[in-house]
Design a protein around this ligand. Structure first.
Ligand code: IMP
Ligand code: MG
Length: 198
């Protein structure tokens, strides 16, 4: 189990969720070490330019804040919310909050941040949407990329970690909105997902 857990105060929260995690893939120090490398690479690639960062909520929150604080470049930050609603939530009388507006990125050097590249649908859609504004360049940066055949042809320019095709949580990533606050990335126990799907 992650050393990050051992150093956490035994306040109940992390003790409770620890049992839900099959195994830890990347602990806090490993994530931060890798973010130093990616940030240095981005800083070198965009030297003397201003970055227009577009972060996709909500899974990028930890990644975005830890990565961007390591990039000493002028940059603008916008967030996009692309959550899709299915089935039961589309009942009449339900209140939907507007998605955040898509920023105008014409002529800018855009860096899209997302938590994980899985099927590729999200990043393909976001990239296509932003391309209509004719930015100067667009690159994709993800915390995780799953090694798998994707539904859409999307490749990230910056990838912190490649992982197998397993369901992971923590450090911003959720399962049914839970586990985002874990300070590490781990594989969720399969039986927990199976129970919820029944
Ligand atoms: P896509 O399939 O590439 O469009 O990924 C869409 C979104 O699914 C990601 O931004 C995540 O929010 C979520 N997702 C995909 N795989 C995982 C996972 O293993 N854990 C948690 N969320 C995931
Ligand atoms: Mg999610």
């Amino acid at each position: 189990m992650a050393c990050a857990l051992i150093s956490m105060p035994a306040n109940g929260l992390f003790m409770l969720v620890q049992g839900d995690i099959e195994r830890v893939l990347f602990d806090g120090p490993a994530i931060h070490k890798r973010l130093e490398e990616i940030a240095a690479q981005i800083t070198a690639d965009y030297a003397d330019r201003e970055l227009a960062v577009i972060a996709i909520l909500t899974g990028t929150l930890m990644f975005m804040s830890d990565l961007l604080r390591r990039i000493p470049l002028p940059l603008k930050l916008n967030c996009l919310s692309v959550a899709s609603y299915h089935g039961k939530t589309q009942t009449s009388g339900e209140v939907f909050f507007n998605e955040l507006s898509v920023p105008d990125v014409s002529g800018q050097d855009v860096l899209i941040l997302d938590d994980i590249l899985d099927t590729g649908h999200t990043l393909a859609a976001v990239r296509e949407k932003l391309e209509t504004a004719k930015p100067r360049s667009i690159r994709l940066c993800v915390l995780l990329s799953k090694r798998k055949q994707r539904a859409r042809d999307v490749n990230a320019d910056y990838v912190a970690f490649e992982i197998d095709d397993e369901f992971v949580v923590g450090y911003g990533l959720d399962f049914m909105e839970r586990y985002r606050n874990l300070p590490y990335i781990g594989v969720l126990k399969k039986e927990l997902m199976d129970q919820t799907n029944q």
